[in-house]
Design a protein around this ligand. Structure first.
Ligand code: AMP
Length: 537
């Protein structure tokens, strides 16, 4: 027997439709590339998004066609998302921080037909253009004067396109399993792989993020996604904020501590999300200037393990930080460090061990850990295994694959992370499988060592990597970037770890680097560190 409720396919266009109708006047604030603050609202953005859809349709873009975006977080970029997705095309967020060859590979593999690009990436695009034969329309997210016509002769400016087109484009009305967005991930092996989200998975992910124990956004919040929109759907925030109708603040290209602090204070930001290195930069700025965070209340720290020092230092500023774990393949929210009531009742110091874990799955995600032969491991907080994940917002294949071809017999996806799960259901990532240090046949958790070393007041950033060892196969090496103006010795660093980790986990040595290499999404790039320090220290 079928139920008797209304047909209402879960498509992303409904999110901005709802925001425009019910919260149309709510502000969306952008720091433009020039540094200027630009204000608009959801009603205006919806109308402009529909005009952009009409413009894309006029340029031959139809359902299923891939349209790339390459830009910082801005109102135009959010409009472009809704324009592309709303008309049934596929919004492919390109990461401009990748190497040129990787972007070319990805754009060709995705078969991108058009691109909507920030003015600051026009040179990059022009350099790649000869290698992108399929690319047709190029729309530059700015005014006519910002288009580099000498380098991109066929390019048009976004504002003229919006002005010249009508706002009556055909939106929605298709099956909710239709593809709506595409994001590549470097994955564990081989070439980057495309994760192809559906309208349904993105709408379900939006609803998942709104659970109070996940983002818990309310209409009274002022939300700032610092995480770029090209990193795993901007963690869903460009959809979550309009879904609740709250004010949205988009920081553009300026992600340094001073600019972020200024924007937080100026716009009364209450909730923000970013990778740990961004929080470290903001906290360093506050330390240097004596600045305070007067409106920020809750932040999400994700994309890499959240060090204890971030949790404590943000708390000193009256900010509650929560750690989230996820991946491009999981849309990305996979777990969140919500506190069980009995843990929340403990003094703060006693809560810290749980706050440091990657957390528990929200409704809509299931997790398991398995050994090398696929057997489930106990949830005892000790047994380590490969973390597998399942749910309606988890990929079942990469672009070009067949549904289910990356899933195990039980329909779970192998994340490539090594984790344990404790009796309370808290999952803890010990390492990314490819970053694992195996010494004498036993795993050493680089994340745990890094977390303690980061507690040293002189340490700005640190990473623990494996170096080959004739006796033990691998041994850990601690790589440290000190805070500006500080000096320290190796024994000082190792002294911090003494008594706090098992003796055989003690790094073989310490190297100091002036600047830690960061990857395309702002995480520490351990691959480059391993290449730089293949053995010697
Ligand atoms: P990406 O798809 O680029 O977002 O990378 C996903 C990977 O980042 C995961 O598989 C983890 O290895 C890592 N990651 C994400 N969040 C966390 C976290 N909170 N703690 C530790 N590692 C994380």
């Amino acid at each position: 027997m079928r139920g008797l409720m209304q047909e209402w396919s879960l498509t992303v266009d409904r999110i901005i439709d709802h925001a425009a109708r019910w919260d149309g006047k709510r502000e969306v604030v952008t720091r433009a590339l020039s540094g200027e603050i630009v204000r608009t609202d959801y009603a205006a953005m919806r109308e402009r998004a529909r005009r952009l859809s009409a413009a894309l349709a006029a340029r031959g873009i139809g359902r299923g066609d891939r349209v790339a975006t390459m830009g910082w977080n801005s109102f135009r970029h959010v409009e472009a998302w809704f324009a592309i997705m709303g008309m049934g095309a596929v919004c492919h967020t390109l990461n401009p921080r990748l190497f040129r060859e990787q972007i070319v590979y990805i754009a060709n593999h995705a078969e991108d037909h058009a691109i909507i690009v920030d003015p600051c990436f026009q040179d990059l695009l022009a350099d790649m253009l000869p290698a992108l034969p399929r690319l047709g329309a190029i729309i530059v997210m700015g005014e006519a004067s910002e288009v580099a016509r000498d380098r991109l002769p066929g390019a048009v400016d976004y504002e003229s396109v919006i002005a010249e087109n009508h706002p009556e484009a055909a939106w929605g009305g298709f099956d909710e399993e239709t593809a709506c967005a595409l994001c590549y991930t470097s994955g564990t092996t081989g070439n980057p792989k495309g994760v192809l989200y559906t309208h349904r998975s993105n709408v379900i992910h939006t609803l998942m993020t709104l659970q109070p124990d996940v983002f818990g956004l309310s209409i009274a919040d002022v939300v700032m996604p610092i995480v770029p929109m090209y990193h795993a759907n901007g963690w869903g925030l460009p959809l979550s904020a309009p879904a609740v109708g709250c004010k949205l603040v988009l920081p553009g290209s300026r992600l340094d501590g001073a600019s972020l602090h200024d924007l937080c204070e100026r716009e009364d930001v209450t909730f923000a999300a970013a990778v740990p290195t961004v929080w470290q930069a903001l906290l360093q700025h506050l330390d240097d200037t004596g600045g305070r965070l007067t409106t920020l209340r809750r932040v999400l720290v994700g994309g890499a393990a959240c060090p204890e020092s971030i949790i404590r230092r943000l708390r000193d500023h009256g900010v509650e930080s929560k750690q989230g774990w996820g991946m491009t393949e999981t849309s990305p929210i996979g777990s969140h460090s919500k506190l069980l009531p009995e843990i929340a009742a403990l003094p703060f110091d006693d809560q810290v061990p749980w706050r440091l874990k990657q957390g528990r799955p929200p409704f809509g995600v299931d997790l398991k850990i398995v050994d090398d032969t696929g057997n489930r491991q106990p949830h005892d907080g000790a047994a380590l295994g490969r973390l597998h994940v399942k749910g309606p917002t988890v990929a079942s294949a990469y672009l070009g694959g067949t549904p289910g071809d990356i899933l195990d017999r039980e329909g779970f996806f192998d994340t490539g992370d090594i984790a344990d799960i404790d009796a309370e259901g808290y999952m803890r990532i010990a390492d990314r499988a490819k970053d694992v240090i195996k010494s004498g046949g036993e795993w050493i958790s680089s994340i745990e060592i890094e977390n303690i070393a980061l507690g040293h007041p002189k340490v700005a950033l640190c990473a623990v990597i494996a170096i080959p060892d004739p006796k033990w196969d691998e041994r850990p090496l601690l790589v440290v970037q000190l805070r500006d103006g500080e000096t320290a010795t190796a024994s000082e660093m190792l002294g911090t770890l003494e008594g706090r980790i098992a003796k055989w986990w003690m790094p073989e040595g310490v190297v100091f680097v002036p600047e830690m290499p960061l990857g395309a999404t702002g995480k520490i790039d351990k691959k480059r560190l391993r290449e730089r320090f293949p053995a010697a220290f």
